[in-house]
Design a protein around this ligand. Structure first.
Ligand code: NDP
Ligand code: A1CAB
Length: 276
């Protein structure tokens, strides 16, 4: 069997997600010379190249030629055009495609590539830049064991991974973890705003909220007991937390969370149905 080298990584698109994964990869020890980023406009790819010493190009085809693993990190509506362009200009045999695009199916990518290429769909999130990412992965049936291991290694370098057994589960990963950081940011923004209403400065309010969120997240990580138990440990009967939690409940927080995550899932499913 032909030996497959899967060391060189190309990002097509130099935006938020490419940046988050690149930072995580470089910090985890992947040599910068093995990473290239392609983006037609210069600003973001030059900034990434300057900061991390990675290669950069304006030309997607040059990046695909350079790499073994092609990370499709453009907005979903550009995936079709990007893949068609690649398939028209280059032999993609032995390349592994790793797509981070929300709501874009493997069938759509293979159709645009005009080949039953090896495609892994992954749904990461932006904390990947700190090595604290959470990614779901699903492999097309063309993906071999070496490619699966390479995709696993790449995404594990930037955080935790789980493999899902059906492609539509990626949409659910999106609704929980892909979009999830923004849910917590919104909650923290609202808490910061109210702390400022209480009279704390913007800086003090941010510190109060960020340290509280960090401590809470770390407690969840370090205590393998139900999260509800951690909540109960803070909640004295008839006390301040109880008053706050009752207000959240009366005003429908749990239903709001469920509805919002369902809206994210529905949107991912709609995107998968559209023709891009
Ligand atoms: N942001 C997030 O938290 C997450 C995003 N994703 C997915 O990641 C993908 C990228 O999202 P995100 O990084 O936020 O988006 P960004 O808009 O930040 O990045 C996309 C980049 O693609 C570039 N681009 C546009 N057209 C082309 C092209 N033809 N060839 C090469 N590059 C091109 C854009 O350049 P320019 O700006 O110059 O037009 C931009 O730099 C999406 O598909 C999204 O669904 C997945 C998980 C989480
Ligand atoms: O909002 C989006 O569509 C992308 C996918 C998950 C996070 N950002």
């Amino acid at each position: 069997m032909e030996k497959q080298s899967l060391n060189k990584i190309a990002f097509i698109g130099a935006g938020n997600m490419a940046k988050s994964i690149t930072i995580g990869l470089v910090n985890s020890g992947v040599p910068a010379k093995n990473i290239i980023v392609a983006n037609p406009s210069p600003e973001k790819r030059l900034a990434l190249a300057k900061e991390f010493g990675i290669e950069q190009t304006a030309n997607n085809i040059d990046a695909v030629e350079f790499a073994d693993i092609i990370v499709l990190s453009v907005k979903p509506h550009f995936i079709e055009q990007v893949c068609q362009d690649i398939s028209e200009k280059i032999n993609i045999k032995n390349k592994l495609f790793l797509s981070v695009a929300a709501g874009t199916t493997i069938a759509q990518i293979q159709s645009a590539l005009n080949a039953k290429a090896s495609v892994v769909r992954t749904m990461p999130n932006t904390p990947s830049q700190l090595g604290l990412g959470m990614s779901g992965l699903f492999a097309s049936k063309e993906v071999n064991q070496a490619e699966k291991a390479a995709a696993n290694k790449l995404m594990s370098a930037v955080g935790e991974v789980i493999w899902v057994t059906s492609e539509d589960k990626i949409n659910e990963i999106t609704a929980v973890a892909g979009s999830g950081p923004a849910y917590f940011f919104l909650f923290m923004e609202a808490m910061q705003k109210q702390a400022q209403e209480f009279g704390f400065t913007e800086q003090e309010s941010r510190l109060l909220v960020q340290q509280t969120a960090l401590g809470a997240a770390q407690m969840v990580e370090h205590n393998p007991i139900p999260i509800s138990q951690l909540r109960e440990n803070v909640t004295s009967k008839g006390g301040t937390t109880f008053a706050a939690l009752e207000t959240f409940r009366q005003q429908g927080l749990e239903q709001i969370v469920a509805n919002s995550m369902q809206a994210a899932l529905t949107r991912a499913q709609e995107m998968a149905k559209s023709t891009n």
